[in-house]
Structure formats: structure tokens, C-alpha cells
Design a protein around this ligand. Sequence first.
Ligand code: CP
Length: 338
Amino acid sequence: MNFTGAHILSIKQFERADIQRIFDVADAMEPYALRRKVTRVLEGAILGNMFFEPSTRTRVSFGSAFNLLGGNVRETTGFESSSLTKGESLFDTARVLSGYSDVICMRHPQAGSVAEFAEGSRVPVLNGGDGANEHPTQALLDLYTIRKELRSNGRSIDGLRIAMIGDLKHGRTVHSLCKLLCLFQNISLCLVSPKELAMPDYIVEELRSAGHKVTITDDLASSIGNIDIAYSTRIQEERFASKEEADLYRGRFRLNQSIYTQYCEPNTVIMHPLPRDSRADANELDNDLNANPNLAIFRQADNGVLVRMALFALVLDVADQVDNYSREVNWYNSLRTK
Ligand code: CP
């Protein structure tokens, strides 16, 4: 695809070569993300960071990624601080805000809303999550993480064995990740969820059409024995009609060190898009896994900065200029020693 000026709305817009391009640019961003070097390549550019649902990682890592490229960030968080509450349409809002920004990231609770917004925008729009539909930049950072973690085990994405666990009906990260895996070969997926929260049929169909082996189950123990990646997800309480309904499923699939030791191969990598729900009645990834070197969740979150820097550099067409505007940093930074 031609990245310059493109909206990033869905994983469906990518071909495999595009993913390789994003990952190559993300690799090149590491000295900047680790603050070994700084670049001013986007000096003067403005990111409109618009989040109409709660977010920690996506909002802050988009903002940090833009700052690390030398740009400025303007944030809008919550409907109450926007004229959308006065009945303004997404189209009009986009038309106006795209006059104030060079690129816009948006999260919104309704499926399809970010694409609708993009139709009114005069600048590239990046989807930071639209309802239960998609979270394409999360899928890209997830796959980037999978690639890195597998490489250290001498494996590649083709041939991957992965279990996705939890709320697969409402989890937009797993929806996007499945679509992304359709670009690769010979994947074995075990989809572990309560029957009521199963992966949507159309996504299972897409996986099978891509030639992948898909197993659907509600039994965790029998699903995590022969896998490279255990990808856990939270029950998406905000997508249920009531907290009580979400409570029916919370805590159904818990991974802790004891279960990991009993059932998983020793190198199985544990991932989660985060936030994990650490309340006692949920706890899908126990804190006792924090000392497990195969717990990749924080490396995964760190990789979000690299991938989002790559996307900004590509859509604003500066990927090949980043180093031309760089210098070494002059402050002490503990990230450089780790
Ligand atoms: N993974 C993710 O989207 O996290 P946030 O909701 O904190 O952005």
C-alpha cells in the first residue's frame, strides 16, 4: 500500500509486505524510543489525540511516539469535553479538527465510528479502537512482539501456535490480530472462551479460509500445552448490558504460575493487550507470573511506541528522514542501561 497520507483504520487494508515495511521502520525507531538519540523530524507537526473511551497505553504511547519524533500533541478525552455532546456529527468534527492537526488518532465506543470520522478528515486518521470492532495498531504491536519473542526461541510467525483466551466476542484486539494472522502461513489457533463469548463466526471463517487450523473450546488446561503464545484477554465489562452480566464470566480463565508450570511448555510466551483485570474476582493473569521471564506483557506495551512511531513516520512520509534530524541525548536515562 502507499502509506503516505493513508488512514489506518483496519487490518484488512494491509498486505504482508506492508507489515514487513512497518516492522522494519519500527526496528529503526529503537534508538529514539530508548532515548539514546532524539530526532526533530516532525518538528512543528501536531497530533490530535482524541479518546472518547478510557485508555492508558494507546493514548499515551501514541502521544509519546509523536513527541519522540519531535511533534506536538493536543488531547481531547471524553465526550463531555467535546461538542459531540451538542449533537455535532463525526463528519463535522473531523472536518474542523483536521484543520488543527496533521494527523489524528481516535478511540470511540461505536464500531465503524473512526472510519466515519475519517471520511470527514483532511489528514490521516489512525484507529485507536472502535467499539468491539478493531484495534489495528494493537494487533500490529502484538505481532511485532510475537515476532521478536519467537525469534529468541528460533521460530517465526509462519507456523505459529497460539491460544487466545477470554472474551473473544468483544475483544477488538483479538479480532484485529486474527485478521492480521490471515496474512501468514500455517497458523494453529486455539480459541478459548465461554461459548457465549466466542470469536465471531466470520473471523473464524476467515482464519479457516486462510488455511489455518482453528480449534474452539472452553477448556483452558487442554489448550495451553503445545503453544508458542498464550494470549490472554480481559472480560470487556464495558461491552455488556450490566456489570452483573460480565460477572458471570469474570475469573473463568485464570493463568497463574502454578497452571503455567503444570500445563505449558517451558518457553511459552504469555501476552495480554492490557489492561489486565487484577481484581480478585477476575485476575486472568496472576501477579505471581511477574517474575516469569516469558511474561511479555510489558515488553509488548513498550513495543507500542516503536510501532506507533513507525506508523506516524510512514503516513507523514518521513521514515527515511528520521536520522537526518537526530542527535545523541545529553541527559542521564536509565532506559539506556537496560
Ligand atoms: N491495550 C490497550 O488498548 O490499552 P488501553 O485501553 O490502556 O489503551
